[in-house]
Design a protein around this ligand. Structure first.
Ligand code: NI
Length: 143
């Protein structure tokens, strides 16, 4: 485990009060954990913006009776098999399926796959989860 360091921060009172109020609503018990989360989020966001190797998820809700759509979703998954490390399929209702793709690869490639799935005609809700690999996020010597 990394050694903890303490540091002082000066910010405007309004911003301070708003931050305290916001993190209380989110359920944080202390400011340190909230600040650590903000830092991690900003490192992950930076990784995604710089086309680094990241992990993420794409969720797709669709009607499995639309056979042509089903084939297109499957074709796309095979075209991007190198970045899809796992898939999970759940039969939500008689009609609806939820598929979750866990991806690992260049962020642009993951976003490209996400864009192509989202653009499919007849597809339901599609969303992307942007995450990162913790040991890589905290590497400070990276160029
Ligand atoms: Ni299903």
């Amino acid at each position: 485990m990394n050694k903890l360091v303490r540091f002082g921060v000066s910010i405007e009172k309004d911003l301070h009060d708003k931050f305290n109020e916001g993190i209380k609503k989110l359920g944080y018990e202390n400011r340190s954990e909230a600040i650590r989360d903000l830092m991690r989020n900003s490192f992950v966001e930076d990784k995604w913006n710089r086309n680094s190797i990241v992990v993420g998820g794409i969720s797709i809700v669709y009607d499995h009776h639309k056979r042509e759509l089903l084939n297109k979703i499957m074709d796309l998954q095979h075209n991007y098999h190198e970045i899809i490390i796992s898939t999970q399929h759940v039969h939500l209702t008689h009609n609806d399926c939820l598929e979750i793709l866990i991806t690992k690869g260049k962020s642009q490639t993951i976003k490209e796959l996400y864009g192509k799935i989202k653009a499919l005609k007849g597809v339901g809700h599609v969303s992307i989860m942007q995450s990162g690999i913790l040991s890589e996020i905290i590497k400070l010597d990276e160029k």
